[in-house]
Design a protein around this ligand. Structure first.
Ligand SMILES: NC(=O)c1ccc[n+]([C@@H]2O[C@H](COP(=O)([O-])OP(=O)(O)OC[C@H]3O[C@@H](n4cnc5c(N)ncnc54)[C@H](O)[C@@H]3O)[C@@H](O)[C@H]2O)c1
Length: 343
């Protein structure tokens, strides 16, 4: 095989599994090695279609286990690392910040270190717009916006971004950092905003919305995130940061109402609950650098992506029903909207 070998971390999670499907469809000559610890968020069902392929390998392992990471680099000739693995839920970071530091900061350092020792042609560090903190009513996050994370989750991601940057500056490891806005689409764990709304509405359960529901997020269909990462792998400049976003700002309440209308469910299901601690008001991304320098364009408008997503959850009831017992309580499914949030 003449293709490249990509190490995908966190490939059993939401975005990682979508990325694996995307990459195998667009680059069948390449080999994928998927390293995932299978935490509560990692689901082998997400990549079931890939398991029989000769150019796909799954390794169950922890990114913070240096020896395990070294073994993979010894066994495989890795060309590109795409690093998705993380603890990703803001609410969980508020109750257990240390786990987030371990996985997101120490785990990232392990991967950077081994990639440096072995040499790779690119290391894509998948980060988040949440590292920029919160916006007021006006303005957009650019790559020059100072980092000002507000939750233990975003602080741990910011820490990993700084390590990634340092590995470029100190060792010239060809690191590229991406900072994406809120994603939605197939295979998203039902603790996050959009799947929470869909799965609860389908079960005629109340949909808890934090505060007044007016927090604003900038939504991107997950396939568009995958194509942006593809662009960055192919043409991103080492040492650079690229923001990724679709310019789809909506309040959480607007998202809930759109989905309820799509499903033909009543707005009486909406239940306002006490706001999350340190809840960021607004995120909005300026993705001009990625568009102007690398030519990336999002393909899906929000309404179109939401229709596809609702359709996917309707067709994959078996997939999400299996995950229900872990998210059945109101405690873990209150609704905000970040990779962090439920609604
Ligand atoms: N979801 C979003 O809206 C969003 C937006 C921007 C950026 N991001 C970033 O994208 C990445 C993926 O997000 P997601 O929503 O797919 O997350 P996810 O929680 O759905 O998936 C995370 C995956 O990482 C794995 N994992 C966790 N700890 C691990 C460890 N120690 N070793 C190996 N694997 C481990 C889990 O098993 C899971 O499969 C994260 O880095 C996140 O910060 C997410």
């Amino acid at each position: 095989m003449n293709g490249k070998t990509l190490l995908i971390t966190g490939g059993m999670g939401f975005i990682g599994s979508n990325f694996i499907h995307y990459w195998l469809a667009h680059h069948p000559e390449d080999r994928i090695v998927n390293l995932d610890a299978l935490t509560y968020a990692g689901n082998p069902d997400n990549t079931a279609n890939a398991t029989q392929l000769p150019n796909y390998r799954f390794v169950q392992g922890d990114i913070a286990d240096m020896q395990g990471v070294q073994l993979i680099f010894q066994e495989e000739s890795i060309d590109v690392v795409v690093h998705f693995a993380a603890e990703s839920h803001v609410d969980r970071s508020i109750t257990d910040p240390q786990l987030f530091v371990r996985t997101n900061v120490l785990g990232t350092q392990c991967l950077l270190e081994e990639a440096r020792r072995q040499g790779v042609s690119k290391f894509v560090h998948v980060s988040t717009d949440e590292v920029y903190g919160t916006l007021g009513k006006e303005g957009l996050f650019t790559e020059a916006t100072p980092i000002a994370p507000n939750s233990p989750y975003s602080a741990s991601k910011a820490g990993s971004d700084l390590l990634a940057r340092a590995y470029y500056e100190t060792y010239t490891l060809p690191v590229v950092i991406t900072r994406c806005s809120n994603n939605y689409g197939p295979y998203q764990f039902p603790e996050k905003l959009i799947p929470t709304i869909i799965t609860r509405a389908l079960q005629n359960q109340p949909i808890p919305v934090y505060g007044n529901g007016l927090n604003i997020r900038d939504w991107l269909y997950v396939e568009d995130h995958c194509s942006a990462i593809e662009c960055v792998i192919q043409s991103g400049t080492p040492g650079h940061v690229y923001n990724i976003g679709g310019g789809n700002e909506r309040t959480n309440l607007e998202i809930v109402r759109t989905i309820l209308a799509e499903l033909g469910k009543p707005e009486t299901l909406i239940q306002f609950v006490a706001d999350r601690l340190g809840h960021d008001l607004r995120y909005a991304i300026d993705a001009g650098k990625l568009q102007n320098e690398l030519g990336w364009r999002p393909r899906y408008k929000l309404e179109q992506g939401l229709k596809l997503t609702v359709g996917w959850y309707l067709e994959h009831e078996d997939w999400w029903r299996k995950l229900m017992p872990q998210t059945a309580s109101n405690e873990t499914s209150d609704a905000a909207a970040d990779e962090g949030d439920a609604l």
